[in-house]
Design a protein around this ligand. Structure first.
Ligand SMILES: N[C@@H](CCC[C@H](N)C(=O)O)C(=O)O
Length: 264
């Protein structure tokens, strides 16, 4: 048995095990152990596990695993949490640039611990608009669908069906159900691939919803509030004919506790 020291973070209720892996001690390709650590009954519990590592060209590197133990695409809330963790470790003081699977991300943190994270640009001609849904990639793949009364919508069943549907094979997708609240605010609930359940928040999902709603003409503003089950985040952006750019995901990220666990 080995002893692992970890930190637990949450960003609007999307929760992550955070490991300082600058010494590269962590066994990376052991999906069973990562899934065990993320298990809410037998392990620590989390929607994912994130390694903070040194990077040759940026302040640090983010390596993200879903709760199923597999490395995945970008996690927006995890990105906000690792910025808070890097700040806690003294890696930067006000603003930082880090490397992730989808490239470099710039971020800032304020005195209240609110993190503003730059997300990837989204080319407008990559946004697929169908009669009842929109699909786009904001670092991770997202199906976005407007529904009535999202509060009482069966996110698990409908989300799972779409996630595993033929159209998204073999990789699958995250699935967001959306209700418009006002000109500049939307309520969303997200089924997350790799967690295989609804989570309390999804950062790349909130970003996808904001851009999709602007793209569909549901809102003309460039700063949108997204209510999620675990709180709210803001998504702001600039755009031209070709793309959405300067896409910022902003919200709180908090360290919850530090601990040690024995791993086989
Ligand atoms: N929680 C995330 C998304 C994490 C990745 C996702 N589950 C996938 O595999 O696509 C976020 O905050 O963006």
């Amino acid at each position: 048995m080995k002893q692992l020291t970890f930190y637990k973070y949450q960003g609007t209720g999307n929760d992550f095990i955070m490991v300082d892996n600058r010494s590269l001690f962590f066994q990376k390709n052991d999906a069973a152990t990562i899934a065990f650590l993320c298990d809410r009954r037998f392990g620590i519990g989390g929607d994912g596990l994130i390694l903070l590592e040194n990077d040759a060209t940026a302040d640090f590197k983010m390596v993200y695993y879903n709760a199923d133990g597999n490395e995945s695409t970008m996690c927006g809330n995890g990105g906000r949490c690792i910025v808070s963790f890097a700040h806690f470790l003294g890696i930067f003081s006000k603003d930082t640039t880090f490397n992730a699977i989808d490239g470099l991300h710039h971020a800032t943190i304020n005195k209240e611990g609110v993190v503003a994270l730059q997300m990837i640009d989204v080319l407008k001609d990559t946004i697929k608009k169908d009669s009842n849904y929109t699909f786009l990639f904001t670092g991770s793949p997202h199906h976005v669908e407007l529904v009535n009364d999202v509060k009482n919508f069966n996110v698990f069943e409908n989300g799972k069906n779409i996630r595993y549907s033929d159209q998204y094979k073999p990789g699958g997708t995250n699935v967001n159900f959306v209700e418009q609240l006002s000109n500049d605010s939307f309520k969303i609930r997200t089924y997350e691939r790799g967690v295989e359940d609804e989570t309390l928040s999804c950062g790349t999902g909130a970003t996808a919803v904001a851009l999709a709603m602007n793209s569909l003409g549901k809102t003309a503003v460039n700063k949108i509030t997204i209510q999620v089950e675990g709180g709210e985040v803001q998504v702001s952006f600039d755009q031209n004919d070709e793309k959405y750019y300067n896409v910022m995901l902003t919200g709180a990220a908090q360290q919850v506790f530090k601990g040690t666990i024995l791993i086989p």
